[in-house]
Design a protein around this ligand. Structure first.
Ligand code: SKM
Length: 273
């Protein structure tokens, strides 16, 4: 059976490596490749892929909203996220899900042991990455979820969209008056070695800080948090493995051991392999 990740750019994607490790670990016979697809080409690429034995695909930047629009069936979490990262190809139909939020929550609770129930959580950013994780975070029962963004109205609109699910507010970066138990960076600022302009009081000595970005070195956001005395730091590699594990479970009906694959991947990332 064939699987793939589609996006643009796609060369850097770790998904082929992750799913190959899952397949080895669980004894599943499958291949998983990276396919470069641009905005206008997704429907065609999926058609070709399905016709040549493709059974499922992960969808990444910038195609998640396009995949949402093309889906024949949407899970609740994909509908709430307004974006799709997991497609199952079944008899010419596209069954769509979004596993990003589940991947984040699994990493926070299972790998890191950061309690979400009763926690005060700050989510930084109001783009697609933030939107994809709000519902699963609210489901975990935090005392408070504050979404902040450089453009405050975008954070407020996002909070309004999810308000029926729980206690979520939105505001500008300056509204992040903490200290929070957990801060999650859902912006891509770290890619440009930039850090959102949050008040120093957002971080206290109990604050755990998570960046959805990852790399061989600590991200800019985590460097900033360390300098302000954050209690614990984590990057987004565990979220990436977590979302992949949930996609794999949907496709194959088997739940892989995400922690073992995360440990392998971390070593490979650090050693540049
Ligand atoms: O949602 C995931 C996607 O499934 C795969 C991916 C990647 O390969 O880098 C990143 C995220 O967007």
């Amino acid at each position: 059976d064939r699987y793939a990740v589609m996006g643009d750019p796609i060369d850097h994607s770790l998904s082929p490596r992750i799913h190959t490790l899952f397949a080895e670990q669980t004894g599943q016979a499958l291949t998983y490749e990276a396919i470069q697809v641009d905005q206008g080409g997704l429907a065609q690429a999926l058609g070709n892929f399905g016709a040549s034995g493709g059974r499922g695909a992960n969808i990444t930047v910038p195609l998640k909203e396009r995949a949402y629009a093309l889906a024949d069936e949407l899970s609740d979490r994909a509908r709430l996220a307004g974006a799709v990262n997991t497609l199952t190809l079944a008899d010419g139909r596209l069954i769509a899900d979004n596993t990003d939020g589940a991947g984040l929550v699994a990493d926070l609770t299972e790998n890191l042991g950061w309690p979400l129930a009763g926690a005060s959580i700050l989510l930084v950013g109001a783009g697609g990455a933030a939107r994809g994780v709000i519902a699963p975070l609210l489901e975990a029962g935090p005392a408070r979820l504050l979404v902040v963004n450089r453009t405050p109205d975008r954070a407020r609109e996002l909070a309004d969209h999810f308000r029926h699910l729980g206690l979520v507010e939105g505001g500008g970066l300056a509204a992040a008056q903490g200290p929070f138990d957990i801060i999650i960076n859902a912006t891509a600022a770290s890619l440009a070695a930039e850090v959102p302009d949050l008040p120093a009081e957002a971080i206290g000595e109990q604050t755990r800080v998570y960046d959805m970005m990852y790399g061989a070195e600590p991200t800019a956001f985590l460097g900033w948090a360390a300098a302000r005395g954050a209690a614990e730091l984590a990057d987004g590699l565990g979220m990436l493995v977590g979302q992949a594990a949930e996609s794999f479970r949907i496709w194959r009906g088997v739940r892989p051991d995400a922690a073992a694959v995360l440990a392998t991947l971390r070593q490979e990332l650090i050693s540049g392999g």
